[in-house]
Design a protein around this ligand. Structure first.
Ligand code: HEM
Length: 207
C-alpha cells in the first residue's frame, strides 16, 4: 500500500509535466486532433494512477478486489491512457509519413468525442457494477451467512453490462472511423523519402 501511494508522485509529475507542456498552445487543441487525444490520454493517466493507489488501501481493496471495479480501473488505463495516446500518435504521424494532411479533421473530432464517451461510460458502468458486487458480497445476515449468492449478485448486473456493451460499441465505432480516416489519408500516396543526414566520419558509424 505504501509503495502504491508513493507511486502517485512520479505518475502525477509525469501527467502535470505533459499537460503543462501544452499550456502555451491551448488554442491548438481546437484544431489539432492529435494534441486533443494526447492531452485527454494524460488526464486519464492521472485518473488511473490516482485510483490505483486508492485501491491499494486495504479498506478499499476489501470491496474492490474480485469485482468489476478492478475492470473499470484497468480500462481507465487501457482505453483512456494507452488507446488514446496511441490514437494521438497515429493522427500525428500518419499524415506526416505520406507528406499530407489528415483526410478529415471533423471525423477525427467525432472519433475524439466517441472515444471519450465510450471510455467514460465503460468506467462508470464498471464502477457501479463493482461497488454493488463488493457491497453485496460483504453483506451477511445475523448468523454470519452470506445474504446474497453468487447467482443473485450476477443476475443484478444486467443494466451495468448492457451499459458496458453500449460503451464498447461506441468506442469501437470511433476506432473504425479512425481506421477509415487514416486509410483515406494514405491511399494513393507514397511515403516521404527522408534523406539520412551525413554523419561525421569521426564517429566511426558504419565501420
Ligand atoms: C500509481 C499507479 C497505479 C497503482 C498504484 C495501481 C494499483 C492497482 C491496484 C491496487 C489494483 C487492484 C489489485 C486487486 O485488487 O487485485 C490494480 C489492478 C490493475 N491495474 Fe492498476 N494501478 C495503477 C495504474 C494503472 C495503470 C496506468 C494501468 C493501465 C495502463 C493499470 C492496470 C491495471 C490492471 C491491468 C489491473 C488488473 C490486474 C489483475 O487483476 O489481473 N494500473 N492496480
Amino acid at each position: 500500500m505504501v509503495m502504491s501511494v508513493i507511486l502517485l508522485a512520479p505518475s502525477w509529475a509525469t501527467m502535470i509535466n505533459g499537460i503543462m507542456t501544452v499550456s502555451d498552445a491551448w488554442q491548438k487543441l481546437r484544431t489539432d486532433p492529435a494534441l486533443k487525444f494526447i492531452v485527454l490520454s494524460l488526464a486519464f493517466y492521472g485518473l488511473a494512477t490516482f485510483e490505483g493507489p486508492m485501491m491499494a488501501f486495504p479498506s478499499v481493496n476489501v470491496v474492490s478486489h474480485f469485482t468489476d471495479w478492478t475492470i473499470g480501473h484497468v480500462h481507465s488505463g487501457a482505453l483512456g491512457w494507452n488507446a488514446m495516446i496511441t490514437y494521438g500518435t497515429f493522427y500525428f504521424m500518419v499524415p506526416r509519413l505520406v507528406g499530407s494532411t489528415l483526410y478529415s479533421v471533423r471525423l477525427a473530432n467525432l472519433h475524439f468525442w466517441m472515444a471519450l464517451a465510450g471510455t467514460m461510460l465503460y468506467i462508470v458502468a464498471m464502477w457501479g457494477a463493482g461497488v454493488s458486487q463488493g457491497l453485496l458480497w460483504l453483506s451477511v445476515d445475523e448468523i454470519g451467512e452470506l445474504s446474497f449468492s453468487f447467482r443473485d449478485v450476477m443476475s443484478s448486473m444486467t443494466p451495468f453490462y448492457a451499459l458496458r456493451l453500449i460503451a464498447g460499441l461506441i468506442f469501437l465505432t470511433g476506432t473504425a472511423a479512425m481506421a477509415y480516416n487514416l486509410y483515406m489519408t494514405v491511399v494513393g500516396r507514397s511515403t516521404v523519402t527522408v534523406n539520412i543526414p551525413a554523419v561525421d566520419p569521426a564517429y566511426g558509424v558504419g565501420r
